[in-house]
Design a protein around this ligand. Structure first.
Ligand code: 5AD
Ligand code: SF4
Length: 440
């Protein structure tokens, strides 16, 4: 029997990249490859990279360096580097100099053509770089190898127009481009057929500006959600990420009144200080954000909120940081993603003079997490003796859990539960910061 060639994809960064890797896997399977459990046994290794923070970039560089030995052992091994990092100015040259054994560097705009490039060219002997400056038209007939049994990711748009001053994304992902409503609806109809997927997560850098590029006076994010809600089936709709400047009261009302909408919302705030928000070019104030959150809690009972915070943005004073802490106390997120500001070449904030010393940044992130842990614990405590609905899933360790419709995981000490079923669970306890419960 002929043995199939094997692929290994290593993904860095956000959900968008995780989903891109599902598309890369789809292309490689199409070419006759199968998934490998390790780099050592692979015929092709793909690094799907992220450059949003320096820490990610350093980690990726080290991982690429590690494959030199594998390449020595197996000169036929193909090494591909794709994703956001490759799209940065001058990056191809840096990669070529440091890792001449890479076979192909491919940018974010032409990733869809990876399959053709591998098929048509012989990359075995030399370093090749194909990175386009311009966005391509959205390709609709991509094959996707879905890695989650429970949740299916669906791109609704690509790129970002916001140019927050700290962020590299608009430079490496290009301008906003929305997929057509019909194409998105068609994809989701297939995904929820015969109860296949119970959760659909819509992806975009700023989903709230979905459809603005059509300029047709009709298509926007709420319009799209309404069309998706009309699809028959028992499923929930999640989305990420949102931008507070575009998160409308109409959207809040829509979520509140539509059963298919998940009750878990991710609404990145970045800072609680108006002067920092201004310098970040976020185009909303802390007061606006708090008012949005108040409205969300009022209209959507049981909602659970998460956010992103950056500490140590240039010019952030102790007073500014305290205002971020005050915002956390006001908004009572169930959890946060906290980051230390990372200077990204090519972004405006990288040139700001008042950079915050590393020691101060580290001190602030520690204090931020301490405060949030306390809030998260208190919020979990409030769940005891209450019932929650969700889907029975298995966690990474193989334990049965209920993934609630407001984004929480409840551990279940029961065996006879069918995965994928929708059930109601009573929270009985918290052990090691994990909710425990039983089906009712
Ligand atoms: N430094 C630190 N964090 C950043 N993020 C984006 N750019 C940077 C940066 N230069 C964070 C923001 C964003 C999340 C995806 O990553 O909080 O919401
Ligand atoms: Fe980056 Fe801001 Fe766009 Fe988000 S909205 S991807 S933080 S520029």
């Amino acid at each position: 029997m002929e043995t199939k060639k094997k692929y290994f994809i290593e993904t860095f960064g956000c959900q968008m990249n995780v989903h891109d890797s599902e598309k890369i896997a789809g292309m490689l399977i199409d070419l006759g490859y199968e998934e490998s459990s390790s780099k050592e046994n692979s015929d092709i290794i793909v690094f799907n990279t992220c450059c949003i923070r320096e820490t990610a970039e350093l980690k990726i560089m080290a991982k690429i360096g590690d494959t030199k030995a594998l390449k020595k052992k197996n000169p036929n091994l193909l090494i591909v580097v794709c994703g956001c990092m490759t799209q940065q100015k001058g990056m191809s040259d840096i990669l070529k100099k440091r890792f001449p054994f890479i076979n192909l560097v491919i940018g974010t705009h032409n990733l869809n053509e990876l399959e053709d490039y591998i098929k048509e060219y012989n990359y075995k002997s030399k370093f090749n770089s194909i990175v386009w400056d311009k966005e391509q038209e959205i390709k609709e007939d991509t094959k996707i190898y879905r890695t989650s049994k429970y949740n299916a990711w669906v791109n609704i748009m690509y790129g970002c127009n916001n140019f927050c001053t700290y962020c590299i994304v608009p430079y490496v992902r290009g301008r906003e481009r929305s997929r057509k409503v019909e194409d998105i609806v068609k994809e989701i109809e297939e995904l929820v057929k015969e109860n296949k997927y119970k959760t659909i997560t819509l992806l975009g850098q700023n989903v709230n500006s979905y459809g603005h590029d059509f300029n047709d006076g009709r298509t926007n994010f709420v319009y799209l959600l309404n069309e998706i809600c009309k699809i028959n089936g028992d499923f929930k709709i999640n989305f990420m990420s949102s931008h507070p400047k575009d998160f409308s009261f109409e959207l809040i009302d829509f979520i509140a009144t539509h059963n298919k909408m998940s009750r878990a919302l991710h609404l990145p705030v970045q800072s609680g200080s108006n002067s920092v928000l201004k310098a970040m070019n976020r185009r909303y104030t802390a007061e606006h954000y708090k008012a949005l959150v108040d409205e969300i809690y009022k209209k959507i009972p049981g909602v659970s909120l998460t956010t992103d915070i950056i500490v140590g943005f240039p010019g952030e004073t102790e007073q500014d940081f305290e205002e971020t802490c005050d915002l956390l106390k006001h908004c009572r997120f169930s959890s946060i993603f906290g980051f230390v500001y990372s200077r990204r070449n090519g972004t405006p904030a990288a040139t700001f003079e008042n950079q915050v010393p590393d020691k101060v940044k580290q001190n602030r992130i520690t204090r931020l997490f301490e405060l949030q842990h306390q809030i998260s614990r208190e919020e979990l405590q409030k769940m005891i003796d209450n019932k929650f609905e969700g889907v029975i899933e298995k966690d990474e360790k193989g334990n049965l859990i209920l993934k609630t419709f407001n984004g929480k995981s409840i551990k279940l000490n029961e065996d006879n539960l069918e995965i994928g079923q929708v059930r109601k669970v009573l929270v009985t306890d918290i052990v090691n910061n994990e909710l425990q419960g039983k089906v009712v």
